[in-house]
Design a protein around this ligand. Structure first.
Ligand code: SAH
Length: 596
């Protein structure tokens, strides 16, 4: 809940606007402001105060607890010009709230959290649990001091600034000693291993149970899969105890648990469900047949009889591959009764991340916020040079940019997938929608199921052009590319003919280039066999870019010489009309009778 507090009429109006914009998300606190702030602070996750920052600082100061639990606080000035993220920028979500408030009120969001203003990812926003000296390492990141990254598993991280160097000296098998271990080793006359960690600031990516030393942050990637077998009625405490003991004995951190895995028949087993809930991880289940096919070290007869597979814990943990770190072990019960749960622990192979991101037709405000987030989530960017230029300013410093020229599509697709397979967070970009005559299909044709793929839709040229022309796509429509570089002309012609016969509105992509000039007239002639010469045709060049232009003409009058590769051509159906200079395709002939 977001608590809203104000002292003046202008503030009260602001509260009302936020309450109206976010139904169900807000509560207005009336009465004396001091009391209102105190109540809201105790009851809400976030506060928006239409008060001076100084007043709010004085009011909340005695209420402050810690960063993790205090609400996020945003202040808005009397004139509604600024939404200031005052407290709980990351943890309390105040930075994001300031942006949202800014959008509703037309106010400028003011964010002063260091990592947000200089493009360095906050360690607490990387999406992994973390432990250690966050303040110290963040300060070092910002101050440009040397920070070593020790990645035991190559889990996909966003770009880190150039002062972060991958620690080559301690390749993936390294173990950071805890301080007592290091001292012990030194005392025993061994190598003083702590000295190896002389670089004071470190970022470690590991699932091993190690203590963060001074100046260290340990990021916990979701790398551990816990396979669980349980008899009917196994208590959650017994399951949890088993998991924690198994991890502790193996020197692994429970913060790296990705999921609990078991057999379908146990999907609703209350002890497993509750254990997962308390750990904050999902339960993933597999069919008995699939589990029975997994090669495991410790099969047994009991689960075979009960659920139809000789192994549940080991098989469910191993079924998607990985390294078995803890073979099957049973729970122990203080009352001496038989164990009711088994578990096995597997380190799953690191999965790289491939985001296929559509940048929209050109204008910055037609780039979706999600696309922006994915660009900032990536450490490697792959794309056509001219598209990279379009978004270079959005990338985090340190992002590795692999750009190439026109015609290198296959190479780009292969590079993007190969980088993701290496465990990187990759963004593969395309203009418009990256799945429309663009990079998504060649990339996914290369990719196997060992990487995660995320698609971000973009505004494709046909839609950008339609919005400029009016409403040409109001009824069934198709896009057809006239490029016969990779598609035989006969195939293209057959599709144009089918669209012509089916009376479908058609948008032509890649309509004409210097070397390809006869295809567009030919395609238009085919459509003209089934449509009047007066059928409206919209020609849009560089939609949403600086030199945008558009023209509304007809099938008979279109001059192909005015069309080039920066253009899309939209041909109406037999019902499309020009109305007040706009291209309009009716929703349907019986629309007025209310049949749609
Ligand atoms: N993935 C892109 C299409 C790539 S094919 C998308 O979804 O929009 C390239 C063709 O798209 C160009 O030849 C042109 O016909 C069209 N196109 C792309 N961007 C355009 C724009 N801003 N204005 C007009 N046409 C555009």
């Amino acid at each position: 809940m977001i608590g809203l507090i104000s002292a003046t009429a202008a503030g009260a109006a602001g509260c009302e606007r936020l309450a109206a914009a976010w139904p169900g998300r807000t509560r207005v606190y009336d009465g004396a402001v001091g009391d209102a702030v105190r109540r809201a602070f105790g009851e809400c996750e976030q506060l928006v105060c239409f008060l001076a920052t100084g007043a709010v600082v004085r009011l909340v100061a005695p209420l402050l607890g810690d960063k993790a639990s205090d609400p996020g606080v945003v202040c808005v000035d009397e004139a509604g010009r600024f939404a200031v993220s005052l407290l709980g920028g990351h943890g309390g979500g105040a930075n994001e709230l300031a942006r949202e408030v800014g959008e509703v009120l037309g106010a400028e969001p003011v964010v002063t959290t260091a990592t947000d203003s200089v493009g360095v990812p906050g360690l607490d926003t990387l999406g992994f649990p973390f432990e250690g000296d966050v303040a110290g390492v963040t300060r070092a990141l910002l101050d440009g001091e040397a920070v070593a990254l020790q990645a035991e598993v190559a889990w996909p991280l966003p770009a880190l600034p150039s002062n972060v160097t991958y620690d080559e000296e301690y390749p993936p098998s390294w173990v950071v000693p805890t301080l007592p271990q290091a001292l012990g080793s030194a005392r025993a006359g061994g190598t003083p291993i702590a000295l190896r960690n002389a670089c004071p600031q470190r970022l470690c990516v590991t699932d091993r149970l190690i203590e963060p030393a001074d100046g260290q942050v340990i990021l916990r990637p979701p790398s551990l899969v816990i396979g669980i077998g349980a008899s009917k009625g196994a208590p959650a405490d017994e399951v949890l105890d088993l998991i924690h003991t198994a991890l502790r004995d193996a020197g692994l951190s429970s913060l790296s648990i990705a999921e609990l895995a078991t057999v379908d028949a146990k999907a609703g087993e209350p002890g497993i469900v509750e254990a997962a809930r308390r750990l904050g991880v999902p339960v993933v289940t597999y069919g008995a047949e699939e589990l029975a096919a997994v090669d495991v070290p410790n099969p047994s007869g009991a689960p075979l009889a009960a659920v139809g597979t000789p192994s549940v814990a080991e098989a469910a943990a191993l079924v998607r591959g990985g390294e078995l770190l803890v073979p099957k072990r049973k729970s122990s019960r203080s009352d001496g009764r038989p164990a009711m749960a088994t578990c096995a622990v597997v380190r799953r192979p690191a999965r790289g991340r491939l985001a296929v991101v559509g940048l929209g037709p050109g204008a910055r405000d037609l780039l979706t916020p999600r696309a922006k987030d994915e660009l900032r989530r990536a450490s490697v960017l792959v794309g056509l040079d001219q598209y990279v230029d379009q978004i270079r300013d959005l990338l985090r410093p340190g992002t590795r940019i692999l750009e190439s020229g026109l015609g290198a599509e296959e190479e780009r697709a292969r590079t993007a997938v190969a980088e993701a397979r290496r465990g990187q967070a990759v963004a593969l970009i395309g203009s418009g929608d990256a799945g429309v005559y663009a990079m998504a299909s060649p990339a996914l044709a290369e990719a196997s199921d060992d990487i995660d793929v995320v698609g971000v839709p973009g505004v494709t040229a046909a839609l950008a052009a339609a919005a400029i022309l009016g409403a040409p796509l109001g009824h069934d429509h198709a896009s057809i590319s006239l490029s016969d570089l990779h598609t035989p002309w006969e195939v293209i012609e057959r599709r144009v003919r089918a669209a012509a016969e089916a009376d479908i509105v058609v948008t032509f992509y890649n309509p004409r280039s210097r070397g390809r000039d006869w295809q567009l007239p030919k395609a238009l002639a085919i459509l003209a066999e089934h449509r009047e010469p007066t059928t409206p045709v919209g020609v849009v060049r560089n939609a949403s870019r600086a030199d945008e232009s558009s023209r509304l003409t007809t099938l008979a009058e279109l001059d192909p010489a005015t069309v080039d590769m920066m253009t899309v051509v939209t041909v109406g159906n037999t019902a499309t009309r020009e109305i007040a200079g706009r291209m309009v395709t009716p929703r349907g002939y019986r629309w007025q009778e209310g049949t749609e």
